[in-house]
Design a protein around this ligand. Structure first.
Ligand code: GLC
Length: 564
């Protein structure tokens, strides 16, 4: 097991969506005992396993599942669909025994509407828990909502409660009422939740939508989208009034600048307090899901001198074009913005977005591109997060309206198919239940099941799975990959290639990635002498001594050791 206070900087994380990993009881839904059965696949201490160091579990707490676990009705219990607290204890013990750390999903911007806190809060206006949530009167004779805020799944952020004749705020579904983070009792209660899991063996938390905990206390309305400074600067007064009329006539309230319901300074205080609690326990970590178009804002959640979150996801890869330069600029921007002690975290896919392999075409080139992305993810400076199934090239699954489970998809189909396509069950083999279930899976399996499954790829030395394994195990032995500096190489490099150095005093490594489907000649600057191929994405290119590097094959990525 990685140890020491900074273990998470060297770790490879793996995200599990518990409903979809492994079903042990044939109900078609994954569960904790199922996950335990598969821990050896993730890391059994040998190079025959994937070799990951930590798992981030999407929520498995008690939930009525309006948003599949992101609506928690009891923070200190496991949902019976997934198992029991005893199963959790066993999961932690079994994971730790294999050197795998356990990271939980803390979903505390909101609770479920079935959480006893909300039930109490809504029971009467003078209930002691009324102020644990955000309740307001309607405005004017028609009792309109208190402001124009929209929820993140589209639609108003306010729902009228007939019984107590007030609105409550929800940044997501009406079944996910927002907690009032200005209430000190709420803070205390959540601190209790954090301690509960830390004491039960959790190694840290991923913080769901941590940038929206606190909102403007005056609940001011957000400005319309054209009030975004960059857009407004470019508009004449005439355009502006036209815009305003169009906006009012067509009712485009979804398009607003979220000025008053995110990134509130008080949220930073809450997160700094979380950090203090985490620091009371040895070797704990955290990662924030901080959403902002402006990476500088995301960077601010590291705090001053690293006193806030340990890591924050940098999501720019999830909407980066397939261009070497685009990826390079993404990374350079983040490297430039981060304060010196802040540690990057990269991801390509998660349970909310289309799987990267499909985002980048999904066609003939899909597998070559997936290998190249894997090489980049696992060799950048920072902690990589792999999404389950990514290592076997599982694709986004197209679903019909009838097959959808995600409420967001059901509501907006066919304009937006929702998030089920990236949440389909893990493909362990090519049998009828794909080795995932003996029953009817909760979502169908993906395309090309015969080759996109663990059993088939284990047998094939050239498979994507075996490439991930080799690279992850190799990574553990390279100090420059674990803690080296990052610097891109541009001189003499074709536009469709991305090259960077990872260096410590004792080791110099070069990562060379060809984003084009054609062979590319490389002329490395004279001071960079390639001396040894550690691994290539092309299984035909063997590891071994090199006398320089002059070309990269189509979509080839190489990890090369340089002469010091
Ligand atoms: C986060 C989660 C997403 C969830 C939402 C509300 O963005 O990743 O799955 O629906 O928060 O909790």
């Amino acid at each position: 097991m990685l140890t020491g206070k900074d273990w998470w900087k060297k770790a490879v994380f793996y995200q599990i969506y518990p409903r979809s990993f492994m079903d042990s009881n044939g109900d078609g839904i994954g569960d904790l005992p199922g996950i335990i059965e598969k821990l050896d696949y993730l890391n059994d201490g040998t190079q025959g396993s994937l070799g990951i160091d930590a798992i981030w579990f999407s929520p498995f707490f008690k939930s009525p599942e309006y948003d599949f676990g992101y609506d928690v009705s009891d923070y200190c219990d496991i949902d019976p669909r997934f198992g029991t607290l005893e199963d959790f204890d066993r999961l932690v013990a079994e994971a730790h025994r294999r050197g795998i750390r356990v990271m939980l999903d803390l979903v505390v911007n909101h609770t479920s509407h079935e959480h006893p806190w909300f039930k109490e809060s809504r029971s009467s206006r003078d209930n002691p828990k009324r102020d644990w949530y955000i309740w307001r009167d309607g405005v004017g004779p028609r009792r309109r909502p208190p402001n124009n805020w929209r929820n993140n799944f589209f639609g108003p952020a306010w729902t009228w409660d007939e019984a107590t004749q007030q609105y409550y705020l929800h940044s997501f579904l009406p079944q996910q009422p927002d907690l009032n983070w200005f209430n000190p009792e709420v803070r205390k209660a959540i601190e209790g939740v954090i301690r509960f899991w830390l004491e039960r063996g959790a190694d840290g938390f991923r913080l769901d939508v941590a940038h929206i905990y606190c909102k403007d206390e005056q609940l001011r309305s957000n400005p319309p989208f054209y009030r975004r400074p960059k857009i407004e600067e470019r508009m004449s007064p005439g355009d502006r009034s036209l815009m305003m009329n169009l906006y009012t006539i067509f009712g485009l309230p979804e398009f607003q600048v979220k000025r008053y319901n995110q990134h509130h300074p008080e949220t930073h205080r809450v997160l700094k307090r979380f950090r203090q609690i985490l620091d009371e326990y040895p070797e704990k970590t955290s990662i924030g899901e901080i959403l902002s178009e402006d990476p500088q804002v995301v960077a601010s959640y590291y705090g001053n001198g690293n006193d806030e979150l340990h890591m924050n996801f940098y999501f720019d890869f999830t909407h980066c074009r397939w261009k070497a330069g685009a990826f390079r600029r993404c990374v350079e921007r983040w490297e430039r913005l981060l304060p010196p002690e802040a540690w990057p975290a990269y991801t390509l896919s998660n349970h909310d977005i289309m799987r990267a392999i499909s985002r980048y075409g999904g066609g003939e080139d899909a597998d070559a591109r997936a290998r190249l992305l894997a090489m980049m993810l696992l060799t950048l400076r920072g902690t990589p997060f792999i999404y389950y199934g990514e290592e076997i090239g599982m694709k986004e699954v197209r679903l019909s309206r009838r097959q959808l489970k995600d409420p967001v998809g059901k509501k907006w189909y066919p304009f937006y198919p929702g998030r089920d396509g990236c949440r389909t069950p893990m493909q362990w083999d090519s049998g009828p239940g794909a080795g995932f279930t003996t029953g009817e899976p909760w979502l169908p399996f993906g395309p090309e099941l015969e080759r996109r499954n663990v059993a088939a790829q284990e047998k094939d030395p050239a498979s994507l799975l075996n490439f991930y394994r080799k690279l992850i195990w190799l990574r553990k032995e390279q100090p420059a990959l674990l803690e080296g500096s990052y610097r891109s190489v541009v001189e003499g490099i074709p536009d469709d290639c991305y090259l960077y150095l990872r260096e410590t005093e004792e080791q110099r490594l070069l990562v060379a990635l060809n984003f084009s489907s054609r062979r590319r000649n490389i002329s490395l600057p004279s001071q960079l002498k390639a001396s040894r191929m550690l691994i290539s994405t092309d299984p035909r290119r063997a590891a071994g001594e090199l006398d320089g590097l002059s070309e990269l094959g189509p979509y080839e990525g190489c990890l090369i050791s340089l002469n010091p």
